[in-house]
Design a protein around this ligand. Structure first.
Ligand code: NAD
Ligand code: ADE
Length: 413
């Protein structure tokens, strides 16, 4: 049996979720029609490590309609939507994912999809690419894609080491990805995760956003919109300046830690909230993370130093530590996927058009040198145009005179 999921009987509910997403992913659905007639992935096997959500389900169906055999594992132990996983299995997709996987189950699932000897790899966080490079020296891969900032950072390090074996397209670096998914997608879904886990009133709270990259600025913007006073902590002087001029207070974590009611990390870095920071926090402070891995908050130290722990609400753990109560959401894993449903379909529509088109591009080329590539400009532009079209929005075109003017150095004052 080519699947391992929680419960196949959830398929009917999963099908309804997929139907809902399909309604809200018009750009990918339009491309899917084209894929079905041209079969650009015919005969190819794709192994994907992605969050197994309803939006990923729509992508998996599109890849299958393009002619691929699809093998899917989760990119986080907490992010799988079990009903969607069941519906996908009924669609003939080989799914190895369930919510609440142990770390061993998680890595076993990655091994299960690699055992299928895939031709193309799709990844979110680079665990799949890392597994191939460390344990599968004989696997011949045409190429791959990578969905997120942290994955791209890891793959660039692999490329620098000289050990990268096949071309990888950094889907994250498409404008139609990071400008929308990282910023507006995470901005909204992080708030969604915080609210589903806690039901706190954000208005009047002091929120500390750690990192002011694309994800951090989306979160800070939306927290401000809900009435929080927002502090940003950064290590990059340009991002810090941007945060100040966007109207946020900027200060080091050593100062912010005693002021915040709610802390959200979004750096892609480790130990950005340490036990020393926690020791300065107010009683009742709430901590959560929206960066890819659960390394941003020092959860192990929180566990070691605390005198007691209980799940006070679903996805909210209370720790008794340093004579106060501190709350951690979704175990310090991605709060938007662990405590909510991840980004809304409308935003994943663009991210996953980039995934599908990049896989098709790689399949068509076959002989690209082993490098990390940005998404090709024509793909990025195609996705933007398709999305605008699906929204019924028209834009202007440059006139011939404007094109000439923009390429001219002679005409001035
Ligand atoms: P980015 O590179 O644009 O921003 C990260 C920021 O964090 C940078 O400005 C950097 O200077 C800052 N930073 C690094 N170390 C820091 C520290 N010690 N203290 C304060 N700031 C620090 O990256 P991004 O696109 O915003 O992504 C951030 C993380 O979110 C990554 O792990 C990415 O993979 C993940 N991500 C998650 C989701 C989601 O669904 N939750 C979606 C997209 C990206
Ligand atoms: N990453 C963030 N949100 C997501 C979603 N809804 N589906 C797949 N990956 C995601």
């Amino acid at each position: 049996m080519n699947y391992k999921i929680h419960d196949l009987r959830l398929a009917e509910e999963g099908r309804r979720q997929l139907e809902w997403s399909e309604m809200h992913m018009p750009a990918l659905m339009e491309m899917r029609k084209e894929f079905s007639s041209k079969l650009p992935l015919k005969g190819l096997r794709i192994a994907a490590v992605l969050h197994v959500t309803k939006e990923t389900g729509v992508l998996a169906r599109a890849l299958k309609d393009a002619g691929a055999e699809v093998w899917l594992a989760a990119s986080n132990p907490l992010s799988t939507q079990d009903d969607v996983a069941a519906a996908l299995v009924e669609d003939g997709i080989a799914v190895f994912a369930w919510r609440g996987q142990s770390e061993k189950d998680y890595y076993d699932s990655v091994e299960s999809i690699l055992a299928a000897k895939p031709d193309i790899l799709m990844d979110d966080g680079a665990d799949l690419h890392a597994a191939v490079h460390s344990r599968y020296p004989d696997l011949r891969i045409i190429g791959g894609t990578e969905e997120t900032t942290t994955g791209v950072t890891r793959l660039k390090a692999l490329e620098r080491s000289g050990k990268l074996r096949y071309p990888i397209v950094a889907v994250n670096n498409a404008k139609t990805k990071y400008l929308f998914d990282n910023r507006y997608g995470t901005g909204q879904s992080t708030i969604d995760g915080i609210l589903r886990a806690t039901n706190i009133l954000i208005a009047g709270k002091c929120a500390v956003v750690v990192g002011y990259g694309w994800v951090g600025r989306g979160i800070a913007m939306r927290l401000k919109g809900h009435g929080a006073s927002v502090i940003v902590t950064e290590v990059d002087p340009f991002k810090a300046l941007e945060a100040v001029m966007d109207g946020f207070e900027v200060m080091p974590m050593a100062e912010a830690s005693s002021k915040g009611d709610l802390f959200v990390t979004a750096t892609g870095n480790r130990s950005v909230i340490t036990k020393e920071d926690i020791s300065r926090m107010k009683n009742g402070a709430i901590l959560c993370n929206s960066g890819h891995f659960d390394v941003e908050i020092d959860v192990r130290d929180l566990e070691k130093e605390s005198k007691g722990k209980r799940e006070i609400r679903k996805n909210t753990t209370e720790y008794e530590i340093y004579g106060k109560k501190i709350y951690l959401l979704a175990e310090g894993r991605l709060v938007n996927l662990g405590a909510a449903e991840g980004h809304p379909s409308e935003v994943m529509d663009m991210s996953f058009c980039n995934q599908a088109l990049s896989a098709i591009y790689i399949a068509g080329k076959r002989s690209m040198p082993a490098k990390v590539y940005d998404v090709f400009e024509e793909i990025d532009e195609k996705v933007a145009k398709q999305k605008l079209l699906s929204m019924g929005i028209k834009i202007d075109n440059l006139t011939e005179a404007q094109k000439r003017y923009m390429n001219d150095w002679e005409s001035g004052t």
